[in-house]
Design a protein around this ligand. Structure first.
Ligand code: GLN
Length: 288
């Protein structure tokens, strides 16, 4: 039997992926083949009717098996796009989501481009939020605070490969153990915010492959917000913006926590899908 063509393998794989309940099956099949092929999309398309070399068949077969087991495409490919940057992705940290880009937008709106600033990102994970902001604010520096050693190592790799090592540090430890709160001019966080009882309802790609510590926000999903808002109340300089990513139904509850702790000028904005995704407030003066 002659070797299958690229078109054959992509078509068969797309059918198998769709049958496994995976959305965008054709696009997934194409991207997995592109990675196995190791050349440009244009070259792959023009190779469509050609037989697939055995080495490419093997690599594609292995990648397809992983995707059929619902491993996220981003883990298999090892990278994903976020705010125009190429971010390394694997099981060490939450995969960057397009929804989170609104947090970057809001942080940039609060950060003048023409002066230095110090940022902190609580639970930085892959480092995507901090990297995206720093890439647009060349005078700014930042610290990603990360309790997971695995995630911290991924953040360091990302800052390194993006040329940000001189401006982006990683503090490996808990938020409460970080002593830099009083120096920052802007604090951001995409903390774990899924209520524990909802974890089972998430897609397998999320539930089985994103680190649980990056998802589980406790009984009502708000544990991390309470901790950060409480720490920020006494440790941030008064007036420093605290910008959060939130779950689509958490605007009122997170804003209520901010208001109760004395934060002012609360705001919010939706993600590209129209869901509430970002809230912020300015740190209070705890002596008042
Ligand atoms: N947005 C992620 C999801 O719903 C959750 C991320 C988080 O908890 N910070 O899959």
């Amino acid at each position: 039997m002659s070797a299958p063509t690229f078109d054959d393998l992509i078509r068969t794989a797309a059918r198998a992926l769709a049958g496994a309940g995976i959305e965008d099956a054709r696009q997934n099949a194409m991207l997995l083949m592109l990675a196995a092929f190791g050349d440009t999309r244009a070259a792959l398309i023009s190779s469509g009717p050609s037989p697939v070399p055995q080495g490419v068949q093997d690599a594609f077969g292995a990648a397809l098996a992983r995707r059929l087991a619902r491993e996220p495409l981003q883990h298999i490919l090892g990278h994903t796009g976020f705010y125009g940057l190429e971010i390394l992705t694997d099981a060490r940290a939450l995969i960057p989501r397009p929804d989170s880009e609104v947090v970057v937008e809001q942080a940039l709106a609060l950060l003048p481009a023409d002066r230095p600033a110090q940022l902190a990102d609580l639970g930085t994970g892959s480092g995507c939020l901090l990297a995206a902001i720093l890439s647009r604010r060349p005078l700014a520096t930042g610290t990603g605070i990360e309790a997971s050693p695995a995630a911290a190592s991924l953040a360091r790799e990302n800052f390194g490969q993006l040329g940000l090592t001189a401006r982006a540090r990683v503090f490996e430890g808990r938020w409460s153990g970080w002593t830099g709160w009083g120096e920052v001019d802007l604090l951001i966080s995409n903390p774990p915010y899924i209520p524990s009882r909802d974890i089972d309802t998430l897609e397998p790609e999320v539930r089985r492959f994103d680190p649980m510590d990056a998802l589980d926000g406790g009984a009502d999903g708000l544990d991390a917000y309470r901790e950060i808002i409480g720490l920020g109340r006494t440790r941030l300089k008064p007036g420093v913006p605290l910008v959060f990513e939130i779950g689509h139904d958490q605007r009122a509850s997170v804003q209520a926590l901010l208001a109760a702790a004395g934060y002012s000028e609360l705001g919010h904005r939706p993600d590209l899908g129209g869901n509430d995704r970002c809230v912020w407030g300015l740190a209070p003066d705890p002596s008042h």
